[in-house]
Design a protein around this ligand. Structure first.
Ligand code: GLU
Length: 448
Protein backbone atom coordinates (compact mmCIF):
# COMPACT_ATOMS: atom_id res chain seq x y z
CA UNK A 1 0.00 0.00 0.00
CA UNK A 2 3.02 2.23 0.00
CA UNK A 3 2.17 3.71 -3.39
CA UNK A 4 -1.21 5.00 -2.17
CA UNK A 5 -1.46 8.52 -0.75
CA UNK A 6 -2.17 8.46 3.04
CA UNK A 7 -5.47 10.29 2.43
CA UNK A 8 -6.67 7.31 0.34
CA UNK A 9 -5.42 4.49 2.54
CA UNK A 10 -8.65 4.23 4.47
CA UNK A 11 -10.69 3.72 1.30
CA UNK A 12 -8.27 1.04 0.13
CA UNK A 13 -8.38 -0.76 3.48
CA UNK A 14 -12.15 -0.86 3.20
CA UNK A 15 -11.83 -2.47 -0.24
CA UNK A 16 -9.59 -5.17 1.26
CA UNK A 17 -11.97 -5.74 4.17
CA UNK A 18 -15.12 -5.91 2.07
CA UNK A 19 -13.71 -8.04 -0.74
CA UNK A 20 -11.51 -10.69 0.92
CA UNK A 21 -9.44 -12.89 -1.36
CA UNK A 22 -10.21 -10.91 -4.54
CA UNK A 23 -6.59 -10.20 -5.39
CA UNK A 24 -7.16 -9.02 -8.97
CA UNK A 25 -9.76 -6.54 -7.80
CA UNK A 26 -7.38 -5.29 -5.07
CA UNK A 27 -4.65 -4.90 -7.68
CA UNK A 28 -6.86 -2.88 -10.03
CA UNK A 29 -8.04 -0.57 -7.24
CA UNK A 30 -4.52 -0.12 -5.86
CA UNK A 31 -3.29 0.79 -9.34
CA UNK A 32 -5.88 3.55 -9.78
CA UNK A 33 -5.65 4.91 -6.22
CA UNK A 34 -1.86 4.90 -6.61
CA UNK A 35 -2.27 7.62 -9.24
CA UNK A 36 -4.86 9.77 -7.51
CA UNK A 37 -2.82 11.33 -4.67
CA UNK A 38 -1.91 14.54 -6.56
CA UNK A 39 -5.47 14.87 -7.91
CA UNK A 40 -6.96 14.67 -4.41
CA UNK A 41 -4.45 17.17 -3.10
CA UNK A 42 -5.42 19.66 -5.78
CA UNK A 43 -9.17 18.94 -5.45
CA UNK A 44 -9.83 17.98 -1.81
CA UNK A 45 -13.60 18.15 -2.33
CA UNK A 46 -13.45 14.68 -3.96
CA UNK A 47 -12.35 13.38 -0.56
CA UNK A 48 -14.99 15.27 1.38
CA UNK A 49 -17.69 13.97 -0.98
CA UNK A 50 -16.31 10.41 -0.59
CA UNK A 51 -16.11 9.92 -4.33
CA UNK A 52 -13.38 7.27 -4.03
CA UNK A 53 -15.38 5.14 -1.58
CA UNK A 54 -18.40 5.38 -3.84
CA UNK A 55 -16.39 4.28 -6.87
CA UNK A 56 -14.89 1.33 -5.02
CA UNK A 57 -18.33 -0.14 -4.35
CA UNK A 58 -20.21 -1.50 -7.40
CA UNK A 59 -23.76 -0.21 -7.83
CA UNK A 60 -25.06 -3.77 -8.22
CA UNK A 61 -23.57 -7.29 -8.35
CA UNK A 62 -25.53 -10.15 -9.84
CA UNK A 63 -24.54 -13.82 -9.38
CA UNK A 64 -26.62 -16.63 -10.84
CA UNK A 65 -26.72 -20.34 -11.61
CA UNK A 66 -26.39 -21.39 -15.25
CA UNK A 67 -27.67 -24.96 -15.71
CA UNK A 68 -27.39 -26.57 -19.17
CA UNK A 69 -27.18 -29.99 -20.78
CA UNK A 70 -24.10 -31.14 -22.70
CA UNK A 71 -24.07 -33.28 -25.86
CA UNK A 72 -24.08 -36.46 -23.77
CA UNK A 73 -27.23 -35.47 -21.94
CA UNK A 74 -25.26 -34.67 -18.79
CA UNK A 75 -26.40 -31.72 -16.68
CA UNK A 76 -23.70 -29.07 -16.22
CA UNK A 77 -23.74 -26.21 -13.74
CA UNK A 78 -21.80 -22.97 -14.14
CA UNK A 79 -21.85 -19.68 -12.34
CA UNK A 80 -22.82 -16.46 -14.10
CA UNK A 81 -21.94 -12.90 -13.10
CA UNK A 82 -22.77 -9.35 -14.05
CA UNK A 83 -21.21 -6.54 -12.05
CA UNK A 84 -23.08 -3.33 -12.85
CA UNK A 85 -20.38 -1.05 -11.60
CA UNK A 86 -21.16 2.55 -12.46
CA UNK A 87 -23.95 4.16 -14.48
CA UNK A 88 -22.83 7.75 -13.93
CA UNK A 89 -21.87 8.33 -17.57
CA UNK A 90 -24.40 6.06 -19.28
CA UNK A 91 -25.80 2.54 -19.26
CA UNK A 92 -23.46 -0.10 -17.83
CA UNK A 93 -21.17 -1.13 -20.67
CA UNK A 94 -18.57 -3.85 -20.84
CA UNK A 95 -17.99 -7.35 -22.08
CA UNK A 96 -18.78 -10.89 -20.96
CA UNK A 97 -15.90 -13.26 -20.34
CA UNK A 98 -16.32 -17.04 -20.54
CA UNK A 99 -13.24 -18.68 -19.04
CA UNK A 100 -12.75 -21.29 -16.29
CA UNK A 101 -10.69 -18.79 -14.23
CA UNK A 102 -13.59 -16.31 -13.87
CA UNK A 103 -14.56 -15.51 -10.27
CA UNK A 104 -16.50 -12.60 -8.81
CA UNK A 105 -13.20 -10.80 -8.12
CA UNK A 106 -12.18 -11.14 -11.77
CA UNK A 107 -15.40 -9.55 -12.97
CA UNK A 108 -15.12 -6.82 -10.34
CA UNK A 109 -11.58 -5.93 -11.40
CA UNK A 110 -12.64 -5.79 -15.03
CA UNK A 111 -15.74 -3.73 -14.19
CA UNK A 112 -13.69 -1.28 -12.15
CA UNK A 113 -11.20 -0.77 -15.00
CA UNK A 114 -14.07 -0.41 -17.42
CA UNK A 115 -15.47 2.68 -15.64
CA UNK A 116 -12.31 4.71 -16.29
CA UNK A 117 -11.65 3.24 -19.72
CA UNK A 118 -15.14 4.09 -20.85
CA UNK A 119 -14.84 7.58 -19.38
CA UNK A 120 -11.65 8.13 -21.37
CA UNK A 121 -13.44 7.42 -24.65
CA UNK A 122 -15.58 10.52 -24.07
CA UNK A 123 -18.68 8.49 -25.00
CA UNK A 124 -21.90 8.19 -22.94
CA UNK A 125 -21.20 4.76 -21.39
CA UNK A 126 -20.98 3.61 -17.79
CA UNK A 127 -18.92 0.64 -16.61
CA UNK A 128 -19.84 -3.00 -16.11
CA UNK A 129 -18.56 -6.48 -16.80
CA UNK A 130 -19.86 -10.01 -16.67
CA UNK A 131 -19.08 -13.57 -17.48
CA UNK A 132 -18.97 -17.13 -16.34
CA UNK A 133 -16.54 -19.86 -15.32
CA UNK A 134 -17.82 -21.82 -18.34
CA UNK A 135 -14.93 -23.23 -20.44
CA UNK A 136 -15.79 -23.05 -24.15
CA UNK A 137 -12.65 -25.00 -25.14
CA UNK A 138 -13.58 -28.26 -26.86
CA UNK A 139 -17.32 -27.58 -26.66
CA UNK A 140 -19.51 -28.12 -29.74
CA UNK A 141 -21.54 -25.33 -31.35
CA UNK A 142 -24.74 -26.74 -29.90
CA UNK A 143 -23.26 -26.86 -26.40
CA UNK A 144 -22.14 -23.24 -26.74
CA UNK A 145 -25.65 -22.33 -27.90
CA UNK A 146 -27.39 -24.10 -25.01
CA UNK A 147 -25.03 -22.49 -22.53
CA UNK A 148 -25.60 -19.00 -23.99
CA UNK A 149 -29.37 -19.51 -23.97
CA UNK A 150 -29.36 -20.56 -20.32
CA UNK A 151 -27.05 -17.67 -19.39
CA UNK A 152 -29.34 -15.14 -21.08
CA UNK A 153 -32.46 -16.69 -19.59
CA UNK A 154 -31.37 -15.19 -16.27
CA UNK A 155 -29.41 -12.18 -17.47
CA UNK A 156 -32.07 -10.69 -19.78
CA UNK A 157 -34.08 -9.19 -16.89
CA UNK A 158 -31.11 -7.03 -15.92
CA UNK A 159 -30.38 -5.70 -19.42
CA UNK A 160 -31.77 -3.02 -21.71
CA UNK A 161 -30.40 -0.48 -24.15
CA UNK A 162 -30.72 2.24 -21.49
CA UNK A 163 -29.73 -0.03 -18.60
CA UNK A 164 -26.95 -2.48 -19.32
CA UNK A 165 -25.36 -3.37 -22.66
CA UNK A 166 -22.94 -6.33 -22.66
CA UNK A 167 -20.53 -7.30 -25.43
CA UNK A 168 -17.76 -9.86 -25.91
CA UNK A 169 -14.48 -10.44 -24.12
CA UNK A 170 -12.30 -13.58 -23.77
CA UNK A 171 -14.32 -16.61 -24.94
CA UNK A 172 -17.20 -14.49 -26.25
CA UNK A 173 -17.17 -13.45 -29.92
CA UNK A 174 -19.67 -13.04 -32.73
CA UNK A 175 -21.00 -16.60 -32.43
CA UNK A 176 -21.81 -16.24 -28.72
CA UNK A 177 -23.26 -12.75 -29.12
CA UNK A 178 -25.57 -14.23 -31.78
CA UNK A 179 -26.90 -16.94 -29.46
CA UNK A 180 -27.25 -14.46 -26.58
CA UNK A 181 -29.08 -11.93 -28.74
CA UNK A 182 -31.36 -14.61 -30.19
CA UNK A 183 -32.42 -15.69 -26.72
CA UNK A 184 -32.91 -12.11 -25.50
CA UNK A 185 -35.11 -11.37 -28.50
CA UNK A 186 -37.11 -14.54 -28.00
CA UNK A 187 -37.78 -13.97 -24.30
CA UNK A 188 -38.61 -10.28 -24.55
CA UNK A 189 -40.31 -10.32 -27.96
CA UNK A 190 -38.36 -7.15 -28.80
CA UNK A 191 -35.80 -6.58 -31.52
CA UNK A 192 -33.79 -4.32 -29.26
CA UNK A 193 -30.56 -4.13 -31.26
CA UNK A 194 -28.89 -1.74 -28.80
CA UNK A 195 -28.96 -4.27 -25.94
CA UNK A 196 -25.79 -6.07 -27.03
CA UNK A 197 -22.81 -4.98 -29.11
CA UNK A 198 -20.45 -7.01 -31.25
CA UNK A 199 -23.40 -8.22 -33.31
CA UNK A 200 -23.06 -9.58 -36.86
CA UNK A 201 -23.12 -6.96 -39.62
CA UNK A 202 -26.32 -8.41 -41.14
CA UNK A 203 -28.28 -8.07 -37.87
CA UNK A 204 -27.38 -4.73 -36.34
CA UNK A 205 -23.63 -4.95 -35.85
CA UNK A 206 -21.09 -2.27 -36.68
CA UNK A 207 -18.35 -2.38 -39.27
CA UNK A 208 -14.89 -2.38 -37.65
CA UNK A 209 -16.13 -3.60 -34.24
CA UNK A 210 -14.30 -6.92 -34.67
CA UNK A 211 -11.08 -5.11 -35.54
CA UNK A 212 -11.51 -2.23 -33.10
CA UNK A 213 -9.64 -3.30 -29.95
CA UNK A 214 -6.54 -4.48 -31.82
CA UNK A 215 -6.56 -1.56 -34.26
CA UNK A 216 -7.13 0.88 -31.41
CA UNK A 217 -4.16 -0.46 -29.44
CA UNK A 218 -1.92 0.08 -32.45
CA UNK A 219 -3.35 3.57 -33.11
CA UNK A 220 -2.53 4.41 -29.50
CA UNK A 221 1.01 2.96 -29.73
CA UNK A 222 1.47 4.89 -32.96
CA UNK A 223 0.46 8.14 -31.23
CA UNK A 224 2.97 7.52 -28.43
CA UNK A 225 5.71 6.78 -30.95
CA UNK A 226 4.85 9.81 -33.11
CA UNK A 227 4.93 12.12 -30.10
CA UNK A 228 8.39 10.75 -29.34
CA UNK A 229 9.38 11.79 -32.89
CA UNK A 230 9.45 8.35 -34.51
CA UNK A 231 7.19 5.86 -36.37
CA UNK A 232 6.24 2.18 -36.35
CA UNK A 233 7.56 1.67 -39.86
CA UNK A 234 10.31 -0.96 -39.97
CA UNK A 235 10.10 -1.88 -36.27
CA UNK A 236 9.94 -5.40 -34.83
CA UNK A 237 6.90 -6.17 -32.72
CA UNK A 238 5.88 -9.00 -30.39
CA UNK A 239 2.15 -9.51 -29.78
CA UNK A 240 1.05 -11.97 -27.11
CA UNK A 241 -2.20 -13.87 -27.57
CA UNK A 242 -3.86 -14.94 -30.82
CA UNK A 243 -7.49 -14.06 -30.10
CA UNK A 244 -9.51 -11.22 -31.49
CA UNK A 245 -7.39 -8.42 -29.97
CA UNK A 246 -4.04 -9.94 -31.01
CA UNK A 247 -5.12 -10.81 -34.55
CA UNK A 248 -6.25 -7.28 -35.39
CA UNK A 249 -3.29 -5.68 -33.62
CA UNK A 250 -1.07 -7.81 -35.87
CA UNK A 251 -3.08 -6.73 -38.92
CA UNK A 252 -2.71 -3.01 -38.15
CA UNK A 253 0.99 -3.23 -37.19
CA UNK A 254 1.69 -4.98 -40.48
CA UNK A 255 -0.30 -2.35 -42.39
CA UNK A 256 1.77 0.42 -40.77
CA UNK A 257 5.04 -1.22 -41.82
CA UNK A 258 5.96 -3.07 -38.61
CA UNK A 259 6.98 -6.73 -38.54
CA UNK A 260 5.29 -9.03 -36.03
CA UNK A 261 7.79 -11.72 -35.02
CA UNK A 262 5.76 -13.74 -32.54
CA UNK A 263 2.33 -14.45 -31.08
CA UNK A 264 1.02 -17.02 -28.61
CA UNK A 265 -1.77 -18.89 -26.90
CA UNK A 266 -1.96 -20.57 -23.50
CA UNK A 267 0.07 -23.56 -24.79
CA UNK A 268 3.13 -21.61 -25.99
CA UNK A 269 4.30 -19.21 -28.69
CA UNK A 270 5.36 -19.20 -32.33
CA UNK A 271 8.24 -17.23 -33.83
CA UNK A 272 8.20 -16.27 -37.50
CA UNK A 273 11.13 -14.10 -38.61
CA UNK A 274 9.37 -13.37 -41.92
CA UNK A 275 6.53 -11.73 -40.04
CA UNK A 276 3.30 -13.47 -38.97
CA UNK A 277 1.19 -14.64 -41.93
CA UNK A 278 -2.15 -13.16 -41.02
CA UNK A 279 -4.31 -15.20 -43.38
CA UNK A 280 -2.93 -18.45 -41.96
CA UNK A 281 -3.31 -17.22 -38.37
CA UNK A 282 -6.92 -16.14 -38.97
CA UNK A 283 -7.74 -19.45 -40.61
CA UNK A 284 -6.28 -21.45 -37.70
CA UNK A 285 -7.78 -19.34 -34.92
CA UNK A 286 -11.03 -17.91 -36.31
CA UNK A 287 -12.17 -20.67 -38.70
CA UNK A 288 -10.64 -23.90 -37.42
CA UNK A 289 -10.39 -22.85 -33.74
CA UNK A 290 -7.10 -24.76 -33.36
CA UNK A 291 -4.01 -24.28 -31.18
CA UNK A 292 -1.17 -21.95 -32.19
CA UNK A 293 1.21 -24.90 -32.68
CA UNK A 294 -0.59 -25.64 -35.96
CA UNK A 295 0.82 -22.33 -37.30
CA UNK A 296 4.39 -23.63 -36.97
CA UNK A 297 3.37 -26.99 -38.52
CA UNK A 298 1.99 -25.25 -41.60
CA UNK A 299 4.33 -22.29 -42.10
CA UNK A 300 7.88 -22.71 -43.47
CA UNK A 301 10.56 -21.38 -41.15
CA UNK A 302 8.25 -20.77 -38.16
CA UNK A 303 8.98 -22.46 -34.83
CA UNK A 304 6.76 -23.33 -31.87
CA UNK A 305 8.05 -23.01 -28.30
CA UNK A 306 5.90 -25.03 -25.95
CA UNK A 307 5.10 -23.39 -22.63
CA UNK A 308 7.79 -20.75 -23.21
CA UNK A 309 7.74 -17.05 -22.41
CA UNK A 310 7.02 -14.99 -25.50
CA UNK A 311 8.70 -11.95 -23.90
CA UNK A 312 12.10 -13.59 -24.44
CA UNK A 313 11.73 -12.71 -28.13
CA UNK A 314 13.43 -9.30 -28.49
CA UNK A 315 11.57 -6.50 -30.24
CA UNK A 316 11.27 -2.70 -30.04
CA UNK A 317 7.54 -2.86 -29.48
CA UNK A 318 5.55 -5.21 -27.26
CA UNK A 319 1.78 -5.49 -27.27
CA UNK A 320 0.47 -7.78 -24.52
CA UNK A 321 -2.94 -8.82 -25.87
CA UNK A 322 -3.66 -12.07 -23.99
CA UNK A 323 -4.85 -11.74 -20.39
CA UNK A 324 -4.28 -10.22 -16.95
CA UNK A 325 -0.87 -10.53 -15.26
CA UNK A 326 0.71 -12.29 -18.25
CA UNK A 327 3.83 -10.09 -18.13
CA UNK A 328 5.74 -9.91 -14.83
CA UNK A 329 8.73 -8.04 -13.47
CA UNK A 330 11.24 -10.67 -14.65
CA UNK A 331 9.86 -10.59 -18.17
CA UNK A 332 9.88 -6.78 -18.17
CA UNK A 333 13.52 -6.73 -17.05
CA UNK A 334 14.44 -9.12 -19.88
CA UNK A 335 12.54 -6.97 -22.37
CA UNK A 336 14.31 -3.79 -21.30
CA UNK A 337 17.67 -5.58 -21.74
CA UNK A 338 16.44 -6.78 -25.14
CA UNK A 339 15.84 -3.19 -26.28
CA UNK A 340 12.06 -2.74 -25.99
CA UNK A 341 11.07 0.92 -26.47
CA UNK A 342 7.27 0.89 -26.40
CA UNK A 343 4.71 -1.25 -24.56
CA UNK A 344 0.96 -0.84 -25.13
CA UNK A 345 -1.55 -3.06 -23.33
CA UNK A 346 -4.16 -4.60 -25.65
CA UNK A 347 -5.49 -6.83 -22.86
CA UNK A 348 -6.88 -5.70 -19.49
CA UNK A 349 -4.13 -5.38 -16.85
CA UNK A 350 -1.66 -7.75 -18.60
CA UNK A 351 1.38 -6.19 -16.89
CA UNK A 352 1.90 -6.78 -13.17
CA UNK A 353 2.61 -3.71 -11.02
CA UNK A 354 6.26 -4.85 -10.82
CA UNK A 355 6.49 -4.97 -14.61
CA UNK A 356 4.97 -1.49 -15.00
CA UNK A 357 7.52 -0.12 -12.53
CA UNK A 358 10.41 -1.67 -14.51
CA UNK A 359 9.12 -0.04 -17.71
CA UNK A 360 8.62 3.33 -16.06
CA UNK A 361 12.03 3.30 -14.36
CA UNK A 362 13.63 2.51 -17.72
CA UNK A 363 11.62 5.36 -19.33
CA UNK A 364 9.95 3.00 -21.78
CA UNK A 365 6.82 4.49 -23.38
CA UNK A 366 4.08 2.59 -21.57
CA UNK A 367 0.40 2.77 -22.63
CA UNK A 368 -1.92 1.26 -19.97
CA UNK A 369 -4.88 -0.86 -21.09
CA UNK A 370 -7.47 1.64 -19.91
CA UNK A 371 -6.26 3.94 -22.64
CA UNK A 372 -4.65 1.62 -25.16
CA UNK A 373 -7.42 -0.98 -25.41
CA UNK A 374 -10.39 1.41 -25.21
CA UNK A 375 -10.96 1.17 -28.97
CA UNK A 376 -13.14 -1.91 -28.60
CA UNK A 377 -15.63 -0.42 -26.21
CA UNK A 378 -15.52 2.92 -28.02
CA UNK A 379 -16.60 1.19 -31.23
CA UNK A 380 -19.30 -0.59 -29.23
CA UNK A 381 -20.57 2.88 -28.35
CA UNK A 382 -20.51 3.69 -32.08
CA UNK A 383 -22.55 0.51 -32.66
CA UNK A 384 -25.09 1.74 -30.08
CA UNK A 385 -25.20 5.08 -31.87
CA UNK A 386 -25.95 3.35 -35.20
CA UNK A 387 -28.60 1.15 -33.57
CA UNK A 388 -30.30 4.16 -31.97
CA UNK A 389 -30.55 5.93 -35.33
CA UNK A 390 -31.27 2.69 -37.25
CA UNK A 391 -28.31 3.46 -39.44
CA UNK A 392 -25.18 1.61 -40.53
CA UNK A 393 -21.94 3.29 -41.42
CA UNK A 394 -19.19 2.22 -43.80
CA UNK A 395 -16.03 0.49 -42.60
CA UNK A 396 -13.91 3.52 -43.59
CA UNK A 397 -16.10 5.98 -41.72
CA UNK A 398 -16.25 3.83 -38.56
CA UNK A 399 -12.53 3.14 -38.60
CA UNK A 400 -11.83 6.87 -39.04
CA UNK A 401 -14.03 7.60 -36.00
CA UNK A 402 -12.13 4.96 -34.03
CA UNK A 403 -8.79 6.48 -34.95
CA UNK A 404 -10.03 9.93 -33.97
CA UNK A 405 -11.23 8.60 -30.59
CA UNK A 406 -7.84 6.96 -29.93
CA UNK A 407 -6.08 10.23 -30.75
CA UNK A 408 -8.45 11.97 -28.35
CA UNK A 409 -7.66 9.49 -25.57
CA UNK A 410 -3.95 9.93 -26.18
CA UNK A 411 -4.38 13.70 -26.04
CA UNK A 412 -6.38 13.59 -22.77
CA UNK A 413 -3.71 11.41 -21.14
CA UNK A 414 -0.90 13.62 -22.43
CA UNK A 415 -2.56 16.86 -21.29
CA UNK A 416 -3.41 15.53 -17.86
CA UNK A 417 0.11 14.22 -17.25
CA UNK A 418 1.63 17.54 -18.37
CA UNK A 419 -0.80 19.50 -16.24
CA UNK A 420 0.51 17.60 -13.21
CA UNK A 421 4.12 17.91 -14.30
CA UNK A 422 4.49 14.26 -15.14
CA UNK A 423 5.07 14.35 -18.92
CA UNK A 424 5.16 10.92 -20.55
CA UNK A 425 3.42 9.23 -17.60
CA UNK A 426 0.48 7.67 -19.42
CA UNK A 427 -0.50 5.62 -16.36
CA UNK A 428 -1.09 8.76 -14.35
CA UNK A 429 -2.66 10.54 -17.34
CA UNK A 430 -5.17 7.75 -18.02
CA UNK A 431 -6.15 7.19 -14.39
CA UNK A 432 -6.48 10.90 -13.59
CA UNK A 433 -8.33 11.87 -16.79
CA UNK A 434 -10.77 8.94 -16.48
CA UNK A 435 -11.32 9.59 -12.79
CA UNK A 436 -11.96 13.33 -13.11
CA UNK A 437 -14.67 12.85 -15.75
CA UNK A 438 -16.48 10.23 -13.65
CA UNK A 439 -16.00 12.07 -10.35
CA UNK A 440 -17.28 15.43 -11.64
CA UNK A 441 -20.29 13.79 -13.26
CA UNK A 442 -21.01 11.80 -10.11
CA UNK A 443 -21.02 14.95 -8.01
CA UNK A 444 -23.36 16.65 -10.46
CA UNK A 445 -25.87 13.81 -9.99
CA UNK A 446 -25.99 14.15 -6.19
CA UNK A 447 -25.42 11.47 -3.58
CA UNK A 448 -25.75 8.32 -5.69
N1 GLU B 1 -14.45 -6.49 -23.48
C1 GLU B 1 -14.02 -5.28 -24.11
C2 GLU B 1 -13.29 -4.42 -23.11
O1 GLU B 1 -12.62 -4.94 -22.25
C3 GLU B 1 -15.13 -4.58 -24.87
C4 GLU B 1 -16.34 -4.21 -24.08
C5 GLU B 1 -17.51 -3.65 -24.91
O2 GLU B 1 -17.37 -3.53 -26.12
O3 GLU B 1 -18.51 -3.33 -24.29
O4 GLU B 1 -13.30 -3.22 -23.13
Amino acid sequence: MTSIDPALQHAYKEVLRRNPGESEFHQAVEEVLGSLGPVIQRHPHYLAERVIERLCEPERQIIFRVPWTDDHGQVQINRGFRVEYSSVLGPYKGGLRFHPSVLLGTVKFLGFEQIFKNALTGMPIGGGKGGSDFDPKGRSDTEIMRFCQSFMTELYRHLGEYTDVPAGDIGVGGREIGYLFGQYKRITNRYEAGVLTGKGIAWGGSQARTEATGYGTVYFADQMVQHAGSSLDGLDVVVSGSGNVAIYAIEKVTELGGRVLACSDSSGYVVDEKGIDLELLKDIKEERRERIKVYADERDGATFVEGGRIWDVSAQIALPCATQNELDEDAATAMVKGGVKVVAEGANMPCTPGAVKVFQDAEILFGPGKAANAGGVATSALEMQQNASRDSWSFEYTDARLEEIMRGIHESCRKMSEDYDRPGDYVFGANAAGFVRVADSMLALGVI
